[in-house]
Design a protein around this ligand. Structure first.
Ligand code: UD1
Length: 417
C-alpha cells in the first residue's frame, strides 16, 4: 500500500492551474466509441482512472495515444464488446461503456459492478431504462449480456437523477431510432460537458443542465476536437487545503458557477473571494468559524464528492456543524481517521456532527477511497507535526501528482511507494 509522508503546519498558497475534470473526461472517453472516427481531447487529466479508461479503449481494439495533455483516439476499428468484471470493480465509470457499446455495436457484455467502499451503488436505474429502449439483458456467471437489434427512443423517468444513468442513456440514445426524453435527469456540469462533446460529434441533444433532456437519435456521429473542462472537485480540494492552513490561493481556469456551493460554504467559514476571468483568489480568515447544516444531494445541491473535504475543513472551524450524506450510504469512513488527528466528529447513521477543534495533530491514518484519502491529506497538511496517510493508490485515481502540487504551494508532502 502506498502512502504519503506529510509534515504539516505550513500554509498552502500561491497560484494553481486547475486540471481537466476526471468526472467529465471518463464519460467522454466512453463516448468516443460512438464517433467511429478520430477524436482529439485537450486538457486531459493525467490520473490513474484516465489511463485505465484509455486501456479499456485499447482492449476493445481502438487506438489511443496521449502526448502531454492531448489524447488522440481513433475508434474506427473495434474488435471486442466486453468489459471485464475486474475493470468495472476497479473503476465504476466503466459501466458507461455499456451505453456506448450498445449505441455503437448493438451489443455489449459487462462484468457485474458489485458494491464499493462508499456504498452499494446498484445499476438498476441504468438497466431498467435500457430495457425500455429495447435492450435485452441476461445475467449469467456474473456478466450482463446485453443486445438490441433496434434501440428505440422512449420517454424515461428516472426515479433518482443518477449521474451515471443519465450519462449511459445519453450514450445509448444519441444514435437510437427516434426521440428519447430523459425526465428527472442529472444536471451536473459533467452531464453538460458530455452533451457538449456529443454535440461536437454531430448529436442532436437539447436541455442539458435541466431536468429534461431531449435526444433526437442520428444515424452517424463523427470525430471532434474537444477540451475537457476544469475539475470542480480538484478546485474545491485545493481551496479547502488553503483555507485550513491559512494560505492565500489563486485558482486559474475555473468557472465560478460550477463551484458555487463549495464557495458558499467557504464564505460562511470566513473566507473572502475575488474573481476575475477564470481566476479565483481566496483569502482565508485567521480563524475559521462555522455553524452550518449541510446536506449532500444531486446538482445543484452540495456535491457528495466534496463532503469528505468539507468535513476535514470543518474540523478546524470554531462552532458546531452537521453534514447529512444523502447520496451514498457509507461515505463517512474518513471521519474516524480524522478523529485520530484530534477532530471531534460524531456519526449517527447518515449524519455527522463536527465540533471545531483548536488544532489537529499528526497521526498515522488510512484513506479507503479517493475523496476520503484526499480529505486526510489536507487535514495532515493543516496538522501540527508528521502524518502518514495510507491509501495513495485511491488518491492517485483522481488527483494528478497531488504531492508535487501541494509541495509547489508550500506544503511538505512526499509519496512513498
Ligand atoms: C455519483 C455522484 C456524482 C459523483 C460520482 C463519483 C450524485 C447524484 N452523483 O455519481 O456527483 O461525481 O458519484 O463519486 O451526487 N443509484 C441507484 N441505482 C442506479 C444508479 C444509482 O440506486 O442504477 C443510487 C446510488 O446508489 C446512489 C445514488 O443513486 O445512492 C446516486 O448515484 P449516481 O448519481 O448514479 O452515482 P454516480 O454516477 O457514481
Amino acid at each position: 500500500m502506498g502512502y504519503y509522508l506529510i509534515e504539516g503546519g505550513k500554509p498552502i498558497g500561491g497560484e494553481f492551474a486547475v486540471r481537466g475534470s476526471k468526472n467529465a473526461a471518463l464519460p467522454i472517453l466512453a463516448a468516443t466509441l460512438l464517433a467511429e472516427d478520430e477524436v482529439v481531447l485537450e486538457n486531459c487529466p493525467l490520473i490513474r482512472d484516465f489511463y485505465l479508461t484509455l486501456d479499456i479503449l485499447r482492449t476493445l481494439g481502438c487506438k489511443a495515444e496521449l502526448t502531454g495533455r492531448t489524447a488522440v483516439i481513433d475508434t474506427r476499428q473495434i474488435k471486442d464488446v466486453k468489459i471485464q468484471e475486474e475493470t468495472v470493480q476497479k473503476m465504476r465509470s466503466s459501466i458507461l461503456f455499456l451505453g456506448a457499446l450498445l449505441g455503437r455495436e448493438k451489443r455489449a457484455i459487462l462484468g457485474h459492478p458489485g458494491g464499493c467502499a462508499i456504498g452499494k451503488r446498484p445499476i438498476d436505474i441504468h438497466l431498467s431504462s435500457f430495457e425500455k429502449m429495447g435492450v435485452e439483458i441476461n445475467e449469467e456467471d456474473g456478466l450482463f449480456y446485453c443486445s438490441a437489434p433496434h434501440i428505440l427512443g422512449y420517454h424515461i423517468y428516472l426515479k433518482y437523477p443518477s449521474v451515471g444513468a443519465t450519462e449511459n442513456l445519453l450514450l445509448l440514445a444519441a444514435k437510437a431510432e427516434g426521440v428519447t426524453v430523459i425526465h428527472n435527469a442529472a444536471r451536473e456540469p459533467e452531464i453538460v460537458a458530455l452533451v457538449h462533446f456529443l454535440r461536437a460529434c454531430g448529436a442532436e441533444i437539447y436541455g442539458e443542465g435541466t431536468p429534461s433532456i431531449m435526444i433526437e437519435g442520428v444515424k452517424k456521429l463523427h470525430g471532434a476536437y474537444f477540451s475537457i473542462p476544469f475539475d470542480r472537485i480538484e478546485a474545491g480540494t485545493f481551496l479547502c487545503a488553503s483555507a485550513m492552513t491559512g494560505g492565500e490561493l489563486s485558482l486559474l481556469g475555473v468557472e465560478k458557477n460550477d463551484i458555487e456551493t463549495t464557495l458558499d460554504v467557504l464564505q460562511k467559514t470566513g473566507c473572502r473571494f475575488t474573481f476575475e476571468t477564470e481566476r479565483l483568489r481566496m483569502m482565508p480568515p485567521k480563524q475559521l468559524k462555522a455553524e452550518l447544516s449541510l446536506v449532500t444531494g444531486p446538482y445543484p445541491g452540495f456535491p457528495t464528492d466534496m463532503q469528505p473535504l468539507i468535513m476535514s475543513l470543518l474540523t478546524l472551524a470554531k462552532g458546531t456543524c452537521m453534514i447529512s450524506e444523502t447520496v451514498f450510504e457509507a461515505r463517512f469512513r474518513h471521519a474516524e481517521e480524522l478523529c485520530r488527528m484530534g477532530a471531534d466528529i460524531v456519526i449517527a447513521d447518515r449524519v455527522a456532527k463536527i465540533k471545531g477543534s483548536p488544532g489537529l495533530h499528526g497521526a498515522e491514518v488510512f484513506g479507503r477511497d479517493l475523496r476520503g484519502g484526499a480529505a486526510l491529506l489536507i487535514a495532515a497538511l493543516a496538522a501540527e507535526g508528521k502524518s502518514t496517510v495510507y491509501g495513495s493508490e485511491y488518491v492517485e485515481r483522481g488527483y494528478e501528482k497531488i504531492e508535487d502540487a501541494f509541495s509547489l504551494l508550500g506544503g511538505n508532502v512526499r509519496l512513498m511507494e
